[in-house]
Design a protein. Sequence first.
Lengths: 108, 116
Amino acid sequence: DAKTTQPTSMDCAEGRAANLPCNHSTISGNEYVYWYRQIHSQGPQYIIHGLKNNETNEMASLIITEDRKSSTLILPHATLRDTAVYYCIVESGYALNFGKGTSLLVTP
Amino acid sequence: GAVVSQHPSRVICKSGTSVKIECRSLDFQATTMFWYRQFPKQSLMLMATSNEGSKATYEQGVEKDKFLINHASLTLSTLTVTSAHPEDSSFYICSARLPSLRYEQYFGPGTRLTVT
């Protein structure tokens, strides 16, 4: 599975959009991009996934570049409860390999 | 959404003893479950993939004789840490996939194991 690179940490003001980038330059054609998040001392939570097209659900939007080498997770109106570690994962099989993720801090 | 539970949520055991952690899919049948381990301030590390009715597949470096995984039914997988040592103290998390939705994994709340 392709490796991903994410910033170690980011801050976002409450109510503003949080844009979390992820680089996956070695992604192959059949690999999906997944985003999960983990709030402190809890199990990870699925957010969204995509292959080529941009995706949106009730939690977030996922923007994937045309060459698929990078993507951005957008939380449109961040709240304090969105403070968590966000993991961008690229995989084609059944197991998820978590990297270090981005620690997002949403501030009042 | 699908719910995965783990029991116990916390366990303290003495060095040399064994401890069993249960992972249940409450409202769906999971043919495949996964076990992860997470040390403080580190990311999740996949330990093994558990398939119902067959032997688990362990990741490189994970001792299969120490971490016994049993997936005897479509809703239950167990992880037994045998002869636990303090270095086995960690946060153990299981997850499961819906057979019809391979793209989403549902995680349990985790089990905090402390070996004294």
